[in-house]
Design a protein around this ligand. Structure first.
Ligand code: ZN
Length: 152
């Protein structure tokens, strides 16, 4: 079996048995984006605790690459602190731009590296990662505003 075939199986496995699919009750982060080119739609919800991603789940629909990538993303960032989670998102996006780097920390998400050679599918693979990145950014912006309010 070639490496491409093994990667293909990892993607299909995540697509047919998605990890962390569903909703998070009382989520701190909840954000949704879609990819109009392919029709993919992903919502990511996360509960944060002590600066960590205590719980993270996704919902939505779309092609196998978008759904498998969301599954891999949630599996990877669950339990990580926010700095690590952001670093992993940046690393994944760098891989999908075709940049050279050490992508072993991405675990099974490395199986999507081949998609970086298929320009029309890159947005399918990066959707869930952009959703979490933007969801965290908005959460922090909101938390900062609340902090200012407390001081006033
Ligand atoms: Zn797609």
């Amino acid at each position: 079996m070639s490496l491409d075939e093994i990667y293909q199986q990892v993607i299909l496995d995540h697509y047919s048995r998605p990890r962390n699919k569903g909703e998070v009750a009382g989520a701190d982060v909840s954000f949704e984006m879609h990819n109009p080119v392919c029709g993919d739609r992903i919502r990511v919800q996360a509960a944060l605790e002590d600066g960590r991603v205590a719980e993270v789940r996704f919902s939505g629909q779309g092609c196998s690459i978008s759904q498998a990538s969301a599954s891999m993303m949630t599996q990877l960032v669950k339990g990580k602190d926010l700095g690590e989670a952001r670093g992993l998102i940046a690393r994944f996006l760098s891989m999908m731009k075709g940049e050279a780097g050490d992508y072993r920390p991405l675990g099974e998400a490395q199986s999507l590296q081949g998609v970086s050679r298929l320009p029309v599918r890159i947005k399918c693979a990066t959707l869930a990662w952009h959703v979490l990145e933007e969801g965290l950014r908005r959460h922090e912006a909101g938390a900062a505003r609340e902090g200012e309010g407390d001081r006033g």
